[in-house]
Design a protein around this ligand. Structure first.
Ligand code: DX5
Ligand code: ZN
Length: 237
């Protein structure tokens, strides 16, 4: 599949109004009331719903698999941004594609060839995401940007919600932003972990355009106003 440059006639990156997306992570939602929780963030203007898949191997924690994604698919019209924190993710691309994922992200640490993995995801009609853990060199991600639809820079060690945003994150975000703009790639730059009003603004200033947030939305007691406050902080950033 071909590389995705922005069209030749498109405005240069600095002239392009950036759409900032907020993606609530259901990891921190109340699973006994999942339908209601999702409806609330959908009404509040969430852009994607972020769904974390953990296998107890790639990360110590364990969540759920395609059956749950299929159930969530029936609860919402929001695009499902599925984040695979699993070993051998390529074995499960078909299952998550059939379950209704819109964006499917694999970790560069979990695949032998990140660009080939992105092409396999796109071949299934999905947007292809590639993610890096905080201590992973960025080069494998940067090399695959021409065939990625989403680059996910982890801003905490993956595996659990409610952790603090790592201070080294803005520099890493800025390096990925510079590479996306230099290549003219049509690729979202997503951040995930410890995102609140303050850290969303920090990440946005470093070049992120897509913001995953779990605790700060679902554990706030008022998800609607949490989303509004993050959006306002982004508008000011
Ligand atoms: C962590 C997950 C995140 C998590 C973020 O490994 O990938 O998506 O839900 O949660 P917060 O926003 O609470 O850090
Ligand atoms: Zn995630």
């Amino acid at each position: 599949m071909s590389e995705t440059k922005r069209g030749a006639a498109a405005a240069p990156p600095w002239a392009k109004p950036t759409r900032l997306r907020i993606c609530p992570s259901i990891l921190s939602a109340d699973f006994a009331r999942l339908g209601e929780e999702i409806a609330r963030v959908e009404r509040a203007g969430a852009d994607f719903l972020h769904v974390d898949i953990m296998d107890g191997q790639f990360v110590p924690n364990l969540t759920f698999g395609p059956i749950m994604v299929e159930a969530i698919r029936r609860l919402t019209r929001l695009p499902l941004d599925v984040h695979l924190m699993i070993v051998e993710p390529l074995r499960f691309l078909d299952a998550f594609a059939s379950a209704g994922a819109s964006h499917l992200t694999v970790h560069v640490e979990a695949v032998p060839d990140p660009a080939a993995a992105a092409r396999s995801i796109r071949a299934r009609g999905l947007k292809a995401g590639l993610s890096v853990k905080p201590a992973t060199p960025l080069e494998p991600l940067l090399a695959a940007l021409p065939v990625a639809d989403l680059a996910l820079v982890m801003t905490v060690e993956p595996g659990a919600g409610g952790q603090a945003f790592l201070p080294g994150s803005p520099d890493r975000i800025a390096r990925v932003r510079a590479a996306i703009d230099a290549g003219g790639w049509d690729c979202l730059l997503e951040v995930d972990g410890g995102i609140s009003e303050e850290t969303a603004a920090l990440a946005a200033r470093a070049g992120a355009d897509t913001f995953v947030a779990g605790h700060s939305i679902f554990r706030s007691g008022d998800p609607e106003s949490a989303i509004r406050r993050i959006r306002e902080a982004l508008a000011r950033s």
